[in-house]
Ligand binder design. Structure first.
Ligand SMILES: NC(=O)c1ccc[n+]([C@@H]2O[C@H](COP(=O)([O-])OP(=O)(O)OC[C@H]3O[C@@H](n4cnc5c(N)ncnc54)[C@H](OP(=O)(O)O)[C@@H]3O)[C@@H](O)[C@H]2O)c1
Length: 279
């Protein structure tokens, strides 16, 4: 029996598509990871073999003003899961983010690069990584970037909405990274469950292949969906924000690819699959 937390989120929903039996999916009201007694009770009742933590506070903008809540979920929640997993010898699969990096590099980030988050969300996610690394459980941390899915609350849906309503779109081109289709990340996690021997805590980077700016990503969404709107590349300062975002967070995937012997689809191929499914 596998536990999946944050089941109603993008990644939780993708996992639900692929795992048809042998798993229990908990949404935030069924299993609040900030409450350790809830976690202990569920584990004592069902004795899971693994826990996949898809639960997180993910609103990067709001995290600047709701920093306490972001840390409650992204640090304390992970600390709670790590502690219960350690006591029960359950491997924990946890998801983190490219936003733990400051984005000052100009070559892909490897797992041993030093994190230096620029914003509250990134700091809270790094605190969660530290909680898991400092625990005595075995597990893995998968850092991913620019996650999107067939659901409604992500960049792809937002751009599709703008393409339907606005003639001209202004999209930033000075933030570089790689999109990740949540179905691909879900399939990676299933491969990990099948092949990986858990021992201590390891960090892996995973996104789709290729490199993009948000402008490139928006142009591909438009092209693949047949929209002809004008899309202007603009700099980030055109959208004043309290959030300091890293300019470059491309993740190097060599470690996970060689460990599992997998190939990863280019982000445009995965985007096309996602759009086919949405239509
Ligand atoms: N989205 C991205 O662009 C992105 C990029 C890099 C890394 N990541 C990481 O990837 C992972 C999955 O992200 P996602 O996009 O699938 O997130 P998501 O769609 O925002 O889903 C997160 C889920 O966590 C649940 N949750 C929040 N607080 C909780 C709590 N205290 N206890 C239990 N569940 C709680 C939320 O439930 P409610 O809706 O009920 O609050 C939501 O369903 C996260 O760790 C995220 O940090 C995401």
């Amino acid at each position: 029996m596998i536990f999946v937390t944050g089941a109603h989120g993008q990644l939780g929903s993708s996992l639900k598509k692929f795992i048809k039996s042998g798993a229990l999916f908990f949404n935030s009201s069924e299993l609040d990871i900030t409450n350790i007694d809830n976690i202990k009770r569920a584990v004592d009742q069902h004795h899971p073999s693994h826990i996949i933590n898809c639960a997180a506070y993910t609103n990067v903008e709001k995290a600047e003003s709701e920093t306490d809540i972001a840390f409650l979920v992204n640090e304390l929640g992970v600390s709670n899961l790590s502690s219960v997993c350690a006591s029960n010898k359950i491997p924990l699969i946890h998801i983190s983010t490219d936003y733990v990096f400051d984005g000052n590099k100009n070559t892909p980030y490897i797992e041993t690069d030093k994190p230096n988050p620029r914003n509250a969300y990134g700091k809270s996610k790094l605190a969660g990584e530290t909680a898991l690394l400092d625990s005595s459980t075995s597990g893995i941390i998968i850092r991913t970037s620019w996650l999107y899915s067939t659901s409604e609350s992500n960049f792809v849906s937002k751009v599709l909405g703008m393409l339907k309503n606005d003639n001209i779109l202004n999209i930033v081109y000075d933030q570089i990274g790689s999109p990740t289709f949540s179905d691909d990340l879900a399939e990676l996690i299933i491969t990990i469950l099948a092949k990986y021997k858990f021992d201590g805590v390891e960090i892996f980077h995973y996104s789709n292949e290729g490199v993009a700016s948000w402008y490139d990503f928006a142009c591909s969404i438009a092209n693949l969906s047949g929209f002809k709107n004008t899309i202007n590349p603009v700099t980030s300062d055109k959208f004043p924000s309290k959030v300091d975002r890293p300019p470059f967070t491309l993740l190097a995937k060599d470690k996970i690819k060689s460990l599992l012997g997998i190939r990863i689809d280019h982000w445009q191929k995965s985007l096309s699959r996602c759009l086919d499914e949405k239509i």
